[in-house]
Design a protein around this ligand. Sequence first.
Ligand code: YK8
Length: 177
Amino acid sequence: GRLYINRIFHISAEKMFELLFTDSHFLQRFMQKRKITGLVSSPWVRDDSENQKKTLNYTITISNPLIGKFSTATELQTMYKDSQQGQYYLIDADVVTHDVPYHDYFYTSNRYCIIQTSKHKCRLRVSTDVKYKKQPWGLIRSFIEKNSWSGLENYFRHLESDLVTEEAHLNQSTADP
Ligand code: YK8
């Protein structure tokens, strides 16, 4: 796997969770910038193992002539039962891109960990793994990995930078004069 974000923000854990995992203005704007459209999401549902699950469907814009322009995607988010509101959130988001070459071979698993580190701060850690449903031929495998890592790197770099901007805005409007 790879670690894409590992940073302390002057944002509470609860607020960070709200920004990334609810229908927040922040996420709406971010998705708009990434040209992610047609988002349909289910509510959180508790499963037998006490974890909470949620499914998102959307269309991503790729614009790589070798891969295509768009792909539909399904993201299954699992919030583990150890999560504690306002303190600690552990969420796995498994993303399947349905319309890219070799889509039946792989998916991406993104792990988001939000930890409250002090009253108004949290650490956000995002790591990802490319996972295989069936073993592809070596050349295909490196093709999948090269394209996935670069797409993920770009996406999470953008997300981190927008979070830094959001952090500045949030702290500006709440700071004492
Ligand atoms: C989520 C992982 C792979 C995929 C893409 C596929 C290339 C196909 C390789 C062939 C286009 C928002 C990615 C990056 C699309 C975007 C996905 C996002 C960023 C040619 C062999 C979408 C997080 C996420 C997870 C997986 C990403 C895809 O919130 O390269």
